[in-house]
Design a protein around this ligand. Sequence first.
Ligand code: AMP
Ligand code: MG
Length: 357
Amino acid sequence: MNLKKWIALGLTGCFLFSGCAEQREQAQTALENSQQENRHEATSFAMDTVMTFTVIHEDGEELIIDAEQEIRRLENLLSVTLDGSEIKQINENAGKEPVRIPTEILELLQTSKDLGTETGNAFDIAIYPIVKAWGFTEEEQSVPPQETIDQLLPLTDLNDLILDKENSTAYLEKEGMAVDLGGIAKGYASDSVKALLKGKGVESALLSLGGNICTIGNKPDGSPWKAVVQNPLDANDYVGLLEISDTCVITSGGYQRYFEENGKQYHHIINPATGWPAESGLLSVTIVCDSGTKADALSTALFVMGLEDALEYWKTQDDFEAIFVTTDGEVVATEGLKDSFTFEGKDNDFTYRMAER
Ligand code: AMP
Ligand code: MG
């Protein structure tokens, strides 16, 4: 069915004939039917998470397969645990020799390093030895002895990750060092899939990678996509709703992965300054940014920084907005979201304020 023809017919009809309402209705029905026909959705599991892709396009089914293949390609390059991944090879050669890697990975490592520097090392992809010591990539988790953390902390310095653009190599200078893109890979994957789909003519899509959302354009009816900001204390509840067009919404929170020992919870976002899970007074940080890569890194980094430092950092930047949920039950949204964020946490005793520049 040619949608444009239907609409044109409907509009022309309005001018020429008296049965205008009927024509309009027909055009509307044609539009809705065509949207339904072109809406394709699939769920899969990759990168340790559930992914759902919704693509509005007549070739949506094939395009989703392309998107899933792109995710697998990236997983094979970026995984810290998959044998043969580029990242694993870099880690296995720490203290031994530089490893030749594709430019794409080199650039992602450089971006990660830059975001580390920009955030005062709150984002640190070289934190992996500590993440491992806590067991977050193992079957069992437990609080490591302070002695172990003290021994590992000197191995987490991003300055010891040497990136050589000319030779396209990455080198970890000290034995025992390891990089982990767990804090940025899903955002990067979202950007890659988004670029792939846009390149194939997709104008409307929603990509959900473990609850992190990246959108292309608007919904087919022209209204913005919606993303919820989860209540970190209740998986079935949310503290607010975001209306978004062609952007990404990425959340980091201690509630997303943690274990309990002696009645205390320990989560997976590590403060690189201490080697312990960040206790910064935040339950979650949601970043809204056109770049999924940046959104992902910043959600992790700003969680480590805590509300005050995070807001100071936000004031120095103009390409992202954020929503914080604090341990005191406050929801704070940055002012750029004033028209797109609706606070919905009142019934659960959250309070709300907007942070201004
Ligand atoms: P995210 O869910 O994006 O906040 O990423 C958290 C994951 O990133 C963890 O499971 C670790 O693999 C890794 N990670 C933990 N702490 C940090 C940190 N300070 N900087 C970078 N990556 C981290
Ligand atoms: Mg992240």
